[in-house]
Design a protein around this ligand. Structure first.
Ligand SMILES: [Fe+2]
Length: 240
């Protein structure tokens, strides 16, 4: 099948209330969600273009650095293709990423982890998919970090992804993990995902073919927006 309409399979997503992920108890809705009609502004804009991005926006190793500085940490390339439900590349789509530094610390005013900030690492980047839906970032491997859930929970190394569609209301958010990380299978947040297939859709394999010798390893993260092979997103678009 190469066209037609594919409904989003909501069984693919975690339940809103998952008590082992403690904050879901307080914020999980207790009543059925309401649907609101989208407004004209939500459906028509803004639309991003290549001209809005800076030259180093997709290079987190240098985009916050001063002088000749570079971010500290294992150098990696993260790349892949954004696809629709039929496997076709989705062009001209804004992809934003944010992540902790190599020590597992975010540059955020509410961050409290004792690992130090890296003065040359901001932790944010963005790029547009090309005409075939391909994208690429250069960054450093984020470190795992502890978080207050039970006594000793650690997030696996991960990169947060946001994908903007053709309008403000079309935004999907997810997290990418790294092949071989044992913390993936010990994380209460990951564990809210109902199926192993759903979890594995978020694990990027090492991609030796795109590795830059003596410089950076590469990880491949393809993203499918919906359908049987869809990537698991943290948020669910009403009506989509
Ligand atoms: Fe995070």
């Amino acid at each position: 099948m190469t066209n037609g309409y594919v409904n989003r399979d909501r069984r693919w997503h975690p339940a809103a209330l998952t008590p082992d992920y403690k904050t879901s108890v307080a914020r999980g809705p207790r009543q059925a969600p309401l649907s609101f009609p989208t407004t004209l502004v939500e459906e028509t804009g803004p639309v991003f273009g290549h001209e809005m991005l800076g030259r180093h926006d997709n290079d987190l190793i240098v985009n916050f650095a001063t002088g000749d500085g570079m971010a500290i940490g294992p150098r990696i390339i993260v790349h892949g293709q954004l696809r629709d439900e039929f496997g076709r590349g989705v062009p001209n789509t804004l992809i934003e990423v944010w992540q902790a530094n190599a020590g597992g610390r975010y540059r955020h005013k509410k961050e409290s982890y004792l690992a130090p900030l890296d003065p040359n690492f901001g932790g944010c980047g963005r790029c547009m998919t090309d005409a075939q839906g391909f994208y690429e970032f250069r960054t450093i491997m984020p470190g795992p970090y502890p978080w207050p859930n039970t006594m000793n929970d650690w997030r696996p190394a991960h990169i947060h992804f946001s994908i903007f569609g053709q309008a403000f209301a079309q935004r999907l958010i997810t997290q990418m993990y790294f092949e071989g990380d044992p913390l993936i299978w010990r994380c209460p947040i990951v564990d809210t995902i109902p199926t192993r297939e759903g979890i594995e859709s978020l694990v990027a394999p090492l991609d030796m073919a795109r590795t830059v010798p003596m410089d950076a390893r590469a990880y491949k993260f393809d993203i499918t927006l919906r359908g049987r092979r869809q990537t698991l997103f943290e948020n669910r678009m009403e009506g989509l």
